[in-house]
Design a protein around this ligand. Structure first.
Ligand code: NAD
Length: 475
């Protein structure tokens, strides 16, 4: 019989959704525990989930390192800066990334301490009656009884049956830790991970071939954004092949053989490493004991209502393991909202204003509906766009690629979407998020003073262009 401890809130998972839920619950005076099974590269418990350990943060560290390297070879010359041939020390680059990961995963531990969240390290399983059984790393078991339980178990990479992960075939975790630059890198899936990590290794010198199953590039993004992004990636040497049905892989002496068919017939490429980035699935394996009453949908996600409640008294679920985009910041907001609902406050997440960002060069970002969606839904709209090539700051930075597009309702002028491709658009997209959250119009955005010179002027002029009154381009 294992010992049982009582809490107001027990959170399963200390990733973005879970740690936000735990800290907010503790801030609101609720006695809170948070359980996580993950271990870091040093074999010690590491909080922060996929995002901090093997996702958002380490990939951004490598994107930044590789970008500096790329700029040395491709951009510095424009500024009149010359030097001997640049070289990359991959071990040092990866060690820098590991240091950043350690700093941030350790930071969650400190935040738990400061907020009096009790951490438990081990695999948690929900039992009937809101009991969470934790198999701790030392083999012992502990039972945590929560008046409320918040499941924030996250997601795992999808593995293809004919491309099992190992030394040569990897997911995002492996592709963050190559010891040398692979001469040839294959990527299955031209989604967020494929493009970001494909870019990292391409910039460092890999020949990168990306095999995408769909016939359209970046089908979820605005078509004009996808077109500009595809053109820029091609210039950088990323070989993105669309409509590829991968049927098999074989690891041989000379590399990984990848077999696929496209509209020209059967094809084969040979690469040194193969990154499989075909999406993620909810990490619900072994999570629910029999009889909890918590239901999974057809894709294995935990079923929840619009307030993230599972329908079982006191049991909630947030983040990647429930419907909605698998984005850390969506999980942040759900975690906070559920903690607030538990404390009797109004908690709410608007899934229609979640920003999307792909941290390639140029960056891609959007919020709200695309033109294609508005057309399909029969919503009348007006569009205004503005190119970074006409923005003084962007040109001075040698970052003229891309544009900002604002979509507004044709009758009410309410902003319905903003689509961006260009430098630092991961920051600019929040003008769209704010405007949409406040139900603002294109005219509101056009009348807000934007600093000159700044990249944000592209947003300003795009908003003005909705009413054909852009100052810096012909309307
Ligand atoms: P994704 O859904 O972004 O992209 C997967 C791609 O693989 C899609 O284009 C899909 O059409 C393609 N695909 C699927 N099966 C295929 C097959 N058999 N052959 C060829 N192509 C195939 O998934 P991901 O890139 O693996 O990322 C996983 C999740 O992580 C996503 O939900 C993403 O939003 C999230 N993520 C976000 C960020 C960010 O916000 N910047 C970064 C990394 C990951």
């Amino acid at each position: 019989m294992s010992e049982q401890q009582n809490f107001d809130v027990v959170v399963i998972g200390a990733g973005p959704a879970g740690y936000h839920a735990a800290i907010r619950a503790a801030q609101l005076g609720l006695k809170t525990a948070c359980v996580d099974a993950a271990l870091g590269k040093d074999g010690k418990p590491a909080l922060g989930g996929t995002c901090l350990r093997v996702g958002c943060i380490p990939s951004k560290a490598l994107l930044d390192s590789s970008r500096q390297f790329w700029n040395m070879g491709h951009i510095f010359d424009q500024h009149g800066i010359s030097f001997d041939k640049p070289a990359i020390d991959v071990k040092k680059m990866v060690a820098r990334k590991d240091g950043i990961v350690k700093q941030f995963t350790g930071g969650i531990g400190m935040l738990f301490k400061a907020n009096k969240v009790a951490p438990f390290y081990g695999f948690a399983q929900l039992q009937p009656g809101n009991v969470v059984k934790v198999k701790q790393h030392d083999g012992s078991e502990v039972e945590l009884k929560g008046t409320n339980v918040i499941i924030a178990a996250g997601s795992d990479s999808i593995e293809l049956p004919f491309a099992k992960f190992g030394e040569h075939i990897v997911d995002n975790v492996g592709a963050l830790d190559f010891e040398t630059v692979p001469k040839r890198l294959g990527v299955i899936g031209a989604g967020v991970i494929g493009l970001e990590l494909g870019s990292v290794w391409n910039r460092l010198g890999s020949e990168v071939v990306v095999l995408e199953g769909l016939p359209n590039f970046l089908a979820a993004a605005d078509a004009e954004v996808a077109k500009v992004a595809a053109r820029e990636f091609k210039k950088q040497g990323l070989d993105i092949r669309l409509g590829c049905k991968v049927s098999n892989t074989e690891v041989k002496k000379d590399g990984v053989h990848v077999f696929y068919t496209d509209d020209k017939g059967e094809q084969e490429i040979v690469v040194d490493k193969l990154l499989v980035a075909v999406g993620r699935r909810a990490a619900t394996k072994g999570l629910l004991a029999d009889g909890t009453g918590v239901k999974l949908d057809a894709r294995g996600m935990i079923e929840v209502d619009e307030h993230n409640h599972t329908g079982v008294d006191g049991v909630w679920a947030v983040g990647d393991c429930v419907r909605g985009p698998m984005l850390a910041h969506k999980g942040f907001e759900e975690g906070i909202a559920v903690a607030e609902l538990i404390a009797g406050l109004p908690g709410h997440v608007n899934l229609d204003t979640i920003p999307w960002v792909i941290y390639t060069e140029p960056e891609i970002a959007w919020v709200g509906k695309t033109e294609e969606q508005l057309k399909a839904e029969g919503i009348p709209y007006k569009a205004g766009s503005f190119p970074f090539a006409a923005v003084g700051r962007a040109v001075a930075m040698a970052e003229p690629a891309g544009f900002v597009k604002v979509l507004a309702h044709a009758e009410t002028d309410t902003v319905l979407g903003m689509h961006l491709v260009g430098a630092n658009v991961s920051e600019l997209v929040h003008e769209g998020v704010l405007t949409m959250e406040f139900k603002g119009s294109a005219d509101d955005l056009a009348r807000i003073c934007h600093a000159h010179p700044s990249l944000s002027e592209a947003v300003h002029d795009a908003a003005m262009a909705v009413h054909k009154r852009s100052i810096h381009k012909a309307n």
